[in-house]
Write a protein that binds this ligand. Structure first.
Ligand code: SF4
Ligand code: ZN
Length: 303
């Protein structure tokens, strides 16, 4: 198969686009998709400072490298979850990656914050993943606001977004459908959240990471119940195979015609948000959810 652009031998086939590219033309295609997403949704400009959440996985590291290559001002943020072995490896991947490419990195250590995930798991009687996600989002937001960043970028790709949208649609979850999208505005104590990889599939980000030689963290978290939305991703994989382009048209169609219908079903509606008495994050209660978890961990330690 030949590269569509330069007619050299193709290295990456993209059935969804009915095309194939050689290495250089694929990397150019990838850059254009990222830049198009950023400009189309006015995520940020080259004058802005962007904080990029880095888990150590292929998506977040690919995003960071591509933003830097495109000339955006990007700083990485890694949250060290304090899980033995797994977190140490993930952090090392991120630190090595940023050192190798000369990229700025900030690290938040949950153990130092009194929130190491193994301790949280013992102290709180809810599924650890939902709390872990909440804690990570809390620190992403705080670090973005405190550091004066314009936007907080995450490495969610098209498959992540489609699987999430599909799950929300199956439940007709109006609140979530109202605020799913590649660019959520900064308001009410929340930083602007952006997903510049939302037009690229999991396969495409994996191909990018491979072609760029990015060493990423591959081990599953010991608490992982299995990759989230796995069965939905599988279903969509079959649909895409039979009908190339389904994912992108489902998602783009939602952004254009579906989401506006849910615009006023905001999750926080009816709740008055105020600053947490301890950390200042927006909450509808005296203490935010993360400060309440921290208190539960401290209490368990003391008891
Ligand atoms: Fe956190 Fe591990 Fe759950 Fe992911 S799988 S949310 S890292 S506890
Ligand atoms: Zn708080």
């Amino acid at each position: 198969m030949k590269c569509r652009r330069c007619k050299a031998e193709a290295e990456v086939a993209l059935p969804s686009h009915n095309t194939a590219f050689c290495r250089d033309c694929f990397l150019l295609y990838f850059s254009r998709q990222v830049d198009h997403a950023i400009r189309r949704h006015a995520m940020f400009t080259r004058a802005d400072r962007v904080l990029v959440a880095l888990s150590g996985g292929k998506d977040s590291l690919s995003l960071m490298l591509e933003l830097a290559n495109l000339g955006y001002s990007a700083t990485g943020l890694h949250v060290d979850l304090g899980i033995p072995v797994s977190s140490e490896r993930a952090r090392k991947r991120v630190e090595d990656f940023c050192a190798m490419h000369g990229l700025d990195l900030k690290v938040v250590e949950l153990a130092a914050e009194g929130l190491a995930i193994p301790e949280v798991k013992e102290a709180v009687y809810r599924p650890v993943c939902s709390i872990c996600g909440k804690i990570k989002r809390h620190y992403f937001n705080r670090m973005a606001l405190e550091g004066g960043y314009t936007a907080l970028a995450t490495g969610h790709n098209l498959d992540d977004e489609v699987a999430r949208l599909f799950a929300n649609t199956l439940r007709w979850d109006e609140a979530y459908l109202s605020d799913q999208g590649p660019c959520l505005p900064d308001e009410g104590g929340f930083a602007r959240k952006v997903k510049p990889l939302y037009r690229l599939s999991e396969f495409e980000t994996a191909a990018y990471a491979f072609l760029r030689g990015i060493e990423h963290h591959k081990d599953a978290c010991p608490y992982s119940p299995g990759a989230s939305f796995t069965s939905h991703k599988k279903l969509w994989g079959e649909l895409e195979w039979k009908s190339p382009g389904s994912k992108v048209s489902f998602y783009e169609g939602f952004l254009e015609r579906g989401r506006p219908a849910f615009a006023d079903r905001d999750r926080e509606k009816g709740f008055e948000l105020r600053p947490c008495a301890s950390c200042g994050s927006p909450t509808s209660q005296e203490l935010c959810g993360v400060c309440r978890v921290r208190a539960a961990v401290a209490e368990r330690r003391g008891g």
